[in-house]
Design a protein around this ligand. Structure first.
Ligand SMILES: [Ca+2]
Ligand SMILES: [Ca+2]
Ligand SMILES: [Ca+2]
Ligand SMILES: [Ca+2]
Ligand SMILES: [Zn+2]
Length: 738
């Protein structure tokens, strides 16, 4: 891409302008308390539209949303602006902006007595009126407080007209006078806090109003703005022309623009989905007219593409325009993008920037951020829209290439409420959020959610929580976990992945291990595609990984030859692949191997204990060691061991069963004879019960001694009568149990 060299050129240009320009910016010449250079959180500089300035000159921390208002509480929540009328003269020779801004609104509270507006103190006010009545006002810290003529009830309309003049303070190109080819370009770029440097407004994105821009400029100049050009008048005496632009679509203060220069113009036509036509008007430096006709040729097809993807172009009853200006990037002024003249080179190498700004007409202009903490809903979406445009014209590989271009190894603290409003975390990680959401909920739900988001919030504002709710509502997928880790949380996962496969005898078992080793964020939960290649081809599986260390197993009918983690790169991550530790080389990693030192790919384990059959001395856990067990894999079969516990009462003999015994023999001998090896005659033979009644009394002065042995119905047969030091007792009684 042509972005890196472009960046270097423009950074240099800024330094020169900063040193030579009339607006002194001492804080910008070197790192300052504002923390400008280098970027405070290690972010790289995003190169789209005007991110360069955003990063270079100010961190634009959303935590200090409005520097001009930090020291002062305003009452801007108490009123709603409904219409702005900017009747302004722009004089290139004197570099003075002058005229009257009329603001119409309504009260949202009982007894509204004043309105606080954002307006730089250096602009000289000559009068403020409502109708014919002069109003008093005061100014403090770039806030203009207008005292209304009376109290206004809830919903009651008021209007104030502020007449002023001055040379606007240039805050990050908010308003510039730039000499170009013998004329002076006069252009604004007000996002996020620049409107107040050249016109008074309620300068925050959540209060939209309709607007008319009546701009007077030298007779040979064209002044462009938002909406439709409805009137042009010439004052030959004054040598001026006045251009009237009107938009009936609500617009927020930072999107109201002016660009005035002796422009050349040409047009395209966009055909709306429902038919008809809409003008696409370009205003460029005369020297770049030929180049612009080439560089801008794809714009109507881009409008068509985004309209089909997201819903009809938001300002279809008016126009889309692009006006060249001096800035290195571009700015998505509503219905009239200001586009860096340096990008117009007679090729299509900057088409992505055209697509980016165009997509902002949906994302940022029609659906505006409720607060600047939500700026990723503008920039992440617009950066992602670049990838979509590339996918449209170049296929999946082009799409992936754009996303890969958005990959960085470090990120700012969060996408939401970012450290830098215009840093790579907002632009590029924000785009990755969209990319990942697409995979999490699927293409159909994702793109429907984009259309729903647009349909439900156009001409208004949206915030991050509402976007989450929209995607959840459309897709039916709960996404708290996703937004928590990717939008509100820091960083990205660092995966360490290994795999191996074991022959189970009836197929293959694939072992996957996924470790997350990042230290600057908790474990991420993510669905991850796994491609498994065998002789039959490649099959895609999906795991849901969520732990710091996690194992997955997949049963296969053939041996895998390759296993790929996240093959389509749907997850923003650092990935390393390692070899699983497998001491016995049976394909089962040690961590998963129930006999890590004995090859046992099948992992057979009859008794389910921690030891597999190949290393378990008693596989069936019947207490009969494998070498003595006639059925070592059957806990119910085997020669029964000695009956461990016999209980004798005057009338009943009972015992506990050894593991394999099914029936029992009992013999009863007289104590004196037992010592000679005569354990007595068979009392009962082969009974199933675990007890036998015996009310017989032993001879006087003696006692009975009982022996019990178990009998296994299967291969074990009769068990032992009991051992003494390993020797079975042999009953010498001629009537012993058989
Ligand atoms: Ca192993
Ligand atoms: Ca075992
Ligand atoms: Ca056994
Ligand atoms: Ca057995
Ligand atoms: Zn942008």
């Amino acid at each position: 891409m042509h972005r890196a060299p472009r960046l270097a050129v423009y950074v240099l240009a800024f330094l020169i302008l900063s040193a030579a320009g009339p607006a002194v910016r001492p804080a910008q010449a070197s790192p300052s308390a504002e923390g400008c250079v280098p970027l405070p959180d290690g972010e790289a500089i995003a190169t789209e539209d005007y991110s360069v300035k955003g990063n270079y000159w100010k961190p634009r921390s959303a935590a200090s949303l409005d520097p001009g208002r930090l020291a002062i509480e305003t009452n801007q929540d108490d009123f709603d602006v409904t219409h702005y009328k900017l009747a302004l003269n722009f004089a290139p020779t004197t570099q003075i902006v002058s005229g009257t801004v009329t603001i119409t609104g309504k009260s949202l509270v009982a007894g509204l007595s004043k309105i606080d507006l954002d307006f730089y103190d250096n602009m000289a006010i000559s009068g403020i009126v409502t109708g014919a009545t002069s109003l008093t006002y005061s100014r403090l810290s770039n806030v203009l407080t207008v005292n209304l003529d009376r109290l206004y009830a809830v919903n009651e309309a008021w209007s104030v007209a502020i007449t002023y003049s001055g040379h606007p303070t240039n805050v990050d190109d908010s308003f510039v006078f730039t000499a170009i080819s013998g004329s002076t370009l006069m252009a604004s770029l007000s996002e996020p806090y620049g409107a107040r440097t050249w016109w008074p407004s309620k300068d925050r994105p959540d209060d939209k109003a309709t607007a008319e821009m009546i701009y007077t400029v030298p007779q040979n100049y064209t002044a462009t703005s938002n909406g439709l050009l409805t009137n042009v008048t010439t004052d030959s005496g004054a040598g001026t022309k006045t251009y009237t632009w009107i938009t009936n679509y609500p617009i927020t203060s930072y999107l109201i623009s002016v660009a005035a220069y002796p422009y050349s113009t040409f047009s395209h036509t966009y055909t709306p989905i429902a038919g008809g036509s809409m003008p696409v008007d370009y205003y460029v430096y005369p020297s770049s007219l030929t180049n612009a006709q080439i560089s801008f040729s794809a714009t109507p097809s881009m409008i068509t593409y985004f309209a089909q993807k997201f819903g009809e172009y938001p300002f279809v009853n008016e126009k889309y325009g692009m006006t060249a200006f001096q800035y290195g990037g571009a700015m998505e002024h509503q219905g009239n993008t200001s586009y860096g003249a340096g990008l117009i080179n007679g090729t299509h190498s900057n088409d992505r920037t055209i697509a980016h700004e165009l997509s902002h007409q949906w994302w940022g202009d029609a659906v505006s951020p409720r607060t600047w903490a939500d700026i990723w809903l503008n920039e992440g979406f617009a950066s992602y829209s670049e990838a979509l445009w590339q996918e449209n014209i170049g296929g999946v590989a082009s799409y992936k290439a754009v996303m890969q271009g958005y990959y960085h190894t470090t990120w700012g603290p969060s996408v939401y409420n970012p450290t830098n409003l215009f840093g790579t975390t907002v632009y590029h990680k924000g785009a990755w959020v969209q990319h990942m959401l697409r995979h999490v909920v699927g293409d159909t739900a994702f793109f429907q959610a984009q259309r729903d988001w647009y349909a439900n919030h156009k001409y208004a504002v949206g915030d991050t929580a509402a976007y989450q709710a929209q995607v959840e509502a459309t897709s039916g997928v709960s996404l708290g976990w996703f937004f928590s880790e990717w939008v509100y949380g820091p960083s990205m996962p660092t995966y360490r992945f290994s795999w191996s496969a074991a022959n189970t005898g009836t197929g293959y078992r694939l072992y996957l291990r996924v470790d997350q080793t990042q230290v600057n964020a908790p474990a991420f939960r993510m669905p991850i595609d796994i491609d498994v290649t065998t002789a039959s081809g490649t099959t895609r599986y999906q795991i849901v990984d969520s732990l710091a260390s996690e194992d997955f197993q997949i049963l296969l009918s053939q041996a895998p030859t390759a296993v790929t983690f996240d093959p389509d790169n749907w997850v923003l991550k650092v990935l390393s692949t390692t070899t699983a530790i497998d001491s016995d080389s049976d394909g089962v990693p040690d961590r998963n191997d129930n006999c890590p030192s004995n090859a046992n790919g099948a992992q057979s384990n009859v008794d389910g204990d921690p030891m597999g059959d190949v290393c378990d001395p008693d596989d069936d856990n019947d207490s009969i060691a494998d070498e003595n067990d006639c059925a070592p894999l059957d806990a119910s079969a085997g020669r029964p061991l000695e009956v461990a516990s016999i209980t004798v009462t005057p009338a009943l003999l009972s015992w506990t069963a050894p593991s394999t015994a099914d029936r029992y023999d009992v013999s009863r001998g007289v104590l004196g004879s037992i010592h000679t090896g005569d354990y007595g005659p068979c009392l009962v033979h082969a009974i199933a019960a675990l007890s036998v009644a015996d009310a017989t009394h032993p001879p006087a002065g003696s006692g009975f001694g009982y022996l019990v042995r178990g009998i296994d119905n299967q291969c074990g047969g009769a068990g032992t009568w009991g051992y003494t030091a390993g020797v079975e007792r042999i009953n010498t009684n001629p009537s012993a149990c058989p």
